[in-house]
Structures are given as C-alpha cells and as structure tokens.
Ligand binder design. Structure first.
Ligand SMILES: *Cc1c(COP(=O)(O)O)cnc(C)c1O
Length: 815
C-alpha cells in the first residue's frame, strides 16, 4: 500500500473535525482511535474493490467459510502490519502528538467467538487473504459478543460485552444487499401448470438480514477479502397501531423477536445449547449467506445451476451451520425449481464439514418439535434426506437393524446434525492427527466404513502475523536478524535458527527478549489488576476456556501440593514460579465456575502467606480474550497443555506458545503430539496416560481413583484441603469439586477426566521443568529449537492443505 504520511495526518484531522468536531490536540482518545482506523480503512477501499472485481471477472472458485463464530480480536494493529505501514503510521501519529499505544488500547475486541473454534476461523481468514485465495467468511454480527468477565470475591461475574457502544469503524453496512429469512408458519402447496407441486410458507415470521462487511487484509499483498456478518431486524419495524393505543411492550414485540436473533453470542464452548434461539441464529445466517451466494450466481448464470458446485465450496465450521445443507436443497427446489436429484447433486458437491470435538455433549442434536416448529419446510427436507439414506442403508446392510438405527439422522425424537453433515458433505475432517484417527476408528467408525473417501485430517494452525509479528515484536526482529526475512509468509524459514542452538551470545539475546516481555506483562497486570509479578520467576501459563477436560484442576492441585511442601520445609527452595491462569467459564457451567473460585481462593491464600516468600505466586488474569492473549503468550516460559488424552481435538493455544518460545508441559493429546514430534521430546515435558490407555479404562470401567489417593499421601492431603477450610472458611465451598473427583456425583463416575490418575506423573514433570529452568543456557536452547521447529503450525500450511485436498482453489493475484 502506498502511504503518504502528510496525507494520512490530514485525513485523521479531517475525520476528527468532521465526525467529532474535535482537534487532534483534544486528546479524546476513542475518537482519535476511530479517526485513525477510518483513515487506514480509506487506504484499503481501492484494493478491496479491486479484489472483488478480480474475483468477479475471473469467475473464481471461492471458499465460503460458514462459522457461527469469528474471534477476530482487535483490527488496527493487525491491519497496519498486514499493510506494511506500521512504522509509517507510528511516525505520523507521533508527529501529530498522538501516542499509538494509547490509541491501540481504545479498540474493543471483536469477541464474536468463544475460544479455539472461533479464533481458528479468524486465523484462516488471515491466511486465505495472505495466500491470495478467493474467500468469504459468513457469520453473525452479534450485538453483544463473548461476555466480559470480572472476578468479584473470587467468583466469575459476567457483564454484557457492549463492543458496539461506539461504532465499529472497520465495518460497512450494506442495506442494499438485505435478504429475508422466514421462521415458523405452515407449509402450503400449490399445484403448478407444469404438473409439479410448489411448496411455500404461509404465516411465517419474516426477518430481515442485513450484511456488514469487514475487510480481511492479506499480508504484503493487494488482496482484501471480506468477512460478511448478518444483523437481524424486523422488516415491519414496530407496530404503530399498538403504540398509538399505548400498548408499548406489544408494539415492539415483533421487532424485539427479530432483533433477538443477532443480539448475543451463546457463551458455550464445547457444550450443549439446545435452545430454540440458538437454532434460529444458525438458520438465520446460513439462509442469508446461501441466498447471498445464489443471488450473485444467478446474476451471471441465470437459473442454470450446473456451474454452482464448480464455483462454490462451503466449509461448515463444526455442526453449527449444518442446517445450510437442507436449506440449500430448499432454495434450489422451492425457489429455483430444481428436481430433488439435481439439487442433491449440487449440494453433495458443495459442502465440506469440519469436526471439532468428540465430547458427546457437544455433538448437536435438535428435538424434532423445536426444529419442525421453527423450520417446517426444512424439516420436511431433512426427513426426505433421511428416508432416502435409510433406504440405501437397508439395501447395503439388510440384516443390521442396529446399524440402521445408530446411523439414522432422525432418531428418538432428535435430529443429529453431525450425521446429517457426514452424509451430505463430500469431505469430513478432524483437526489434528490423533483426533482424526479417533474419529475414523472409534467415534465415527460406522461412517468411516460407509464413506471412507470422505475422511481426512487437517491439523490446525495459527497465523504468525498476529501471534508473532504483531504480538511479539522483539522476538520477530530477533528472528529476522538470525533466520532472515520471509518467515512472515513462510514459517518454515524459522528452521534457519537451528544453527544458533549452541551459540551462547544468541541464546542470551533470546533470554533477554523473554525477560523484557515478562516485564511488559508484569507492568500491564500491575496497571490493570494491581497484581505483582516477579519477572525473575518462571511464568507457567494456562490460558484457555475453563473446562473439566482441560484440567485446570490438575494444575491447581499441583500448586496446592507445592504450597504444602514450601510452607512446611523452609529448606525446600525450588526456582520461583508464577502460575498464571486465564479462563472464562460458560455461564451455566457450575463446576467450571467453582474451579475459577478455587483458583482465586488458592491464590489469595498462597500470595498472602509469608512462609511462601515469593517462591510461588498464583495470578488469575481477568477477562481472557484475544487482546490479553497477545500480551501473555510472548511472556510465557511454560505452556500448560494438560488435557485428558483423547479429549482435546487439537488445541491452538499450544501452537501460539511454541511460536513464542514457551516449552510445552503436556499430555500426548491433540496437536501436542505433533508439536513434540516437531520439537523433539527432549525439548518438551510430556507426561501422563495415553489416549489408548484412557480409552481402555473407560471401556472396562476399570478406573478407581481411590487407588491413586491411597498410594499418594500428598495427593490425599491436597484433596482433603479442598474441604477442610484451608482455602475457604466454608468447607462446603469446594465440596462438589471434591465429590466429583473422589466419589462421582449426579450419576457420573468419579474423576471422569483422570485428574488423580495423572497427578503423580504431572508432579514429576513439573519437577523436571524446575530443574531444566535453572540451567538457563539449556533452557534457552530448548526455547530456540521450539521456535525453529514450529513451521508446521502456521495456518498458512493448514490452508494450503485444505486447498490441495478439499477446496481446489486457484490463487488470484490482484494488480
Ligand atoms: C487461541 C485461543 C484460544 C484457544 O486456546 P486452546 O488452548 O487451544 O483451547 C482460546 N481463546 C483465545 C482468546 C485464544 O486466542
């Protein structure tokens, strides 16, 4: 991008005066942020338009990424980096007397996602634009994103995330591209002159979908792709009649009902939603997106759909958008007069599905009555898809009634969205090698036998532009200095660092960078939470959603154990450690919230105990989100990836840590396996039961936590402290947690996630960490080798894998 400093300064000033009637000197920082962002966007518009016309002119095959979540975080810093104008912008702002860091901190995160799945979608968009692939992201413009978390008395308290309080300067509303989405009503039939039946809805609720476009700027290229998010409203506004009769609540009921659809993100990660509004959200953005695609398509090809599947590939990010499958059938048949077989041929060549989890509670299923009530015509189509599928199964497995029943898309009053996806899509992928293997051989065995060619793996990745170049400028310069440039778009270049593995001067430089990043994190936490962190200590970090399978409990039990040793034996002097947690719990997930309270109670106790003397500190970072993550990853020494083996599909936090030179302390789960494969086992700390062992114990019901408690007095003691008043004056506070581990509650088996089984191995791995850390050069060497060997975990590599095996796109160069 051509950048003219004087022009840019003038643009910022012009916007401040025109939009806010202010001077640059009047330091109202949010307005200045807005003016700066809008001025950057100005410079992008031309390439954005050029990109669209290039795709149109070339009739380019395009990937449409359908996702209920896009966890984008902040845009300003990322955009000026991808435009390669960061230095120039900083200089211009400095001359204008504006402090860039203050401005940057004004931008609220676009927190339109829960965690890994939503952040993956964001990394994919960045890579697609950078690699010059035609791509559109489709989702929902939630008025309120992921809730803001505050810790009050140690408890998580949720506040609405009012991220649009000021306007979002990056989005463009496009009312000219509105579409209408229908809910409820009844299916009516009209017999047409051509002898066919025409199905349509009567008495349905009409909802307007309005698109908002955000530019997705590729790094060092002119490509600017689009993220299109839909807002819901009522086409009829409020009811003036009722209003005039002073029925104010009823007057706006219709309007509210429509607006509710895009009001708020469901804060569930890998958990059940089961709510009608959630299904409404899913259908709303799927229908709007498909209508959008069809409108552009028919404007060129008319009603001939024979090219549709050549030009569109639609990736379904988990089961959330799977209702798009029957909706495309409906649109093609009811609105565009295709026969079933013609429509089915298009649909089955267009959709591909990504599975993100094997946790049973996360596999979406909808009660028929909810589904049918909300989407009566779509339900008929799902029934017909299933009828034909079961007929096919019967002919293949005439005697296997059990299989026919197991695989039925509709069963016991429920619609199984994953089954619908696997049957209808031409590709089904998992997100790490182990995960895809478990899908193929266990969870989805029936399906992999029926459709072996559909199944494949695409190991996740993260974008190095945000997670290294932007988040960790010190390390980025170090890498350019020693490995050379080019890693920004080819992460395998980091390999060049390996030759410095025994170079003390280089290793010292690396240690100094980590030290400086730790100081930065310490001052940020001092400022925002009044927490004191000692940058001399090991920063041992677990940041991710709070979930039992991720085992924050294992981490905190080890901390309790360490605390016991330190407080009893003043000669016990392990290297000082700071245990850093960041995690949001789903609002309805009581046990997860209890774990947050426990972490904070343990922190309060330990941080105020003089006997501990700074040997350990526990810090809970409030409101974990992308912009916090960008400050934490660069400062981490140890990456806690301690999920129960077989439960974490991939993880991507593990990759961001590796990229920033933290060493993995983890189980052989998800992408951890591939991470140690690349880094070398000697450069990570691996412990615990393997997925196969856990699977066998699960199957045989052979796990008995008492066995481990009886063998390990340290463990018994730590557990007991949950309920003896050590960490809370009420012994009832953590009773439920204790019972869930030791006895099992609500009909569950005890310790479903094998925390106690892995406790001893985890403690020993932690001892290895402490010992390794005291050898500073040895640690630095491991750090350097981790960075050098993390090339595989760029989302650029992931995207190239998707393109080669599934999407079959061509790069389009914009000039
Ligand atoms: C990367 C990321 C995640 C995913 O972390 P995992 O450790 O893979 O679960 C969640 N939230 C945010 C804000 C992230 O940046």
């Amino acid at each position: 991008m051509n950048f003219d400093k004087e022009q840019f300064k003038a643009a910022v000033q012009r916007r401040l005066t025109r939009d806010f009637s202010k001077d640059i000197g009047q330091n109202d920082t949010h307005d200045v942020y807005d003016a700066v962002a809008a001025s950057v966007l100005d410079g992008v518009i031309k390439n954005w338009m050029k990109t669209r016309s290039a795709y149109d002119a070339r009739r380019a095959r395009t990937i449409y990424y359908l996702s209920a979540e896009f966890l984008m975080g902040r845009a300003l810093g990322n955009n000026i980096i991808n435009l390669c104008i960061k230095d120039a912008v900083l200089e211009a702002l400095k001359e204008a007397g504006i402090d860039y860091n203050t401005i940057e901190e004004q931008e609220p995160d676009a927190g339109l996602g829960n965690g890994g799945l939503g952040r993956l979608a964001a990394c994919f968009l960045d890579s697609l634009a950078t690699l010059n692939y035609p791509a559109v992201g489709y989702g929902i413009r939630y008025r309120y994103g992921m809730f803001e978390q505050r810790i009050e008395n140690g408890f998580q308290v949720e506040y609405p995330d009012n991220w649009l309080k000021y306007r979002d300067p990056w989005e463009i509303r496009r009312s000219d591209a509105d579409v209408e989405v229908l809910f409820g009503g009844n299916v009516a039939v009209r017999h047409e002159a051509d002898g066919r039946d025409h199905f349509f809805l009567e008495n349905a609720e009409r909802v307007t979908a309005t698109p908002y476009d955000t530019p997705i700027i590729g790094y060092g290229t002119d490509t600017v792709n689009t993220l299109r998010l839909w807002e819901a409203s009522s086409p009829d506004g409020f009811d003036l009649q009722l209003f005039n009769e002073m029925h104010y609540t009823r007057a706006v009921a219709r309007q509210n009902s429509a607006e509710d659809i895009s009001r708020v993100l469901y804060p569930n990660d890998s958990g059940p939603s089961g709510k009608a509004l959630r299904l409404k959200q899913q259908y709303f953005f799927c229908s709007a997106s498909l209508q959008d695609m069809i409108r552009s398509y028919t404007s060129v090809y008319g009603e001939d759909f024979s090219k549709f599947a050549d030009l569109h590939v639609i990736q379904l990010n988990d089961t959330h958008p799977v209702v798009a499958v029957p909706e495309l059938m409906r649109l093609l048949m009811d609105e565009h007069r295709l026969e079933w077989d013609e429509a089915w041929a298009v649909v089955t060549k267009t959709f591909a599905y990504t599975n993100h989890t094997i946790l049973a509670e996360a596999l979406e299923k909808w009660p028929i009555d909810i589904f049918q009530g909300l989407l009566p015509r779509v339900y008929q189509i799902v029934e017909e898809i299933n009828r034909r599928f079961i007929a096919d199964l019967r002919s293949r497995f005439p005697d296997d009634y059990d299989k026919q029943n197991r695989m039925s898309i509709i069963r016991s009053g429920m619609i199984y969205m994953a089954w619908l996806a696997i049957h209808s899509c031409f590709s089904v992928n998992g997100v790490a090698a182990l995960h895809s293997e478990i899908l193929r051989t266990k969870e989805l065995k029936d399906w992999a036998e029926l459709y072996p060619a559909k199944f494949n793996n695409k190991t996740n990745g993260v974008t190095q532009r945000r997670w290294l170049l932007s988040a960790n400028p010190r390390l980025a310069s170090f890498i350019t200095k020693y490995a050379g440039s080019g890693w920004e778009t080819d992460l395998s270049v980091l390999k060049n660092l390996e030759k410095y593995a025994d170079d003390d001067a280089v290793l010292n430089e690396l240690l100094e960078i980590k030290r400086a990043n730790k100081e930065d994190l310490a001052s940020w936490l001092k400022e925002t939470q009044n927490e004191f962190l000692d940058p001399e200590s090991i920063f041992d970090v677990q940041i991710k959603r709070l979930h039992e399978y991720k085992r924050q409990l294992l981490n905190i039990l080890h901390i309790i154990y360490l605390y016991n040793r330190i407080s009893e034996d003043e000669n016990f002097a392990p290297p000082a450690r700071t245990f850093i947690f960041g995690a949001k719990a789903a609002s309805g997930y009581r046990r997860a919230k209890s774990i947050i309270k426990l972490i904070n109670s343990v922190a309060a106790k330990i941080n105020n105990d003089k006997r501990v003397g700074g040997k350990i500190r526990v810090v809970f970072v409030e409101n974990y989100r992308v912009s916090a993550a960008e400050k934490i990853f660069p400062a981490a020494d140890v990456s806690e990836q301690i999920s129960t083996a077989g439960k974490e599909a991939s993880g991507t936090g593990n990759m961001k840590f590796m990229l920033n030179g933290a060493l993995t302390l983890g189980t052989l789960d998800g992408a951890n396996i591939e991470i140690v494969e690349e880094a070398g086992e000697e450069n990570a700390f691996i412990f615990g039961l393997r997925a196969e062992e856990i699977h066998a114990m699960d199957k045989e019901h052979s796990y008995n936590p008492q066995h481990y408690i009886g063998q390990n007095p340290h463990l018994a003691r730590a557990l007991n402290q949950l309920v003896d008043g050590t960490f809370d004056s009420s012994p009832q506070m953590f009773r439920e947690l204790y019972d869930s581990l030791v006895y099992g509650v609500e009909g569950q088996r005890p310790d479903v996630y094998y925390v106690l089984a892995d406790f001893d191995a985890y403690c020993r791995a932690q001892e290895e960490v402490a010992a390794a850390y005291t050898d500073r050069q040895g640690w630095a060497k491991k750090t350097l080798l981790n960075i050098a060997r993390c090339g595989k975990f760029s989302s650029d590599r992931t995207i190239e894998d998707y393109v080669r095996d599934i999407w079959k796109l061509e790069k389009i160069k914009i000039d």
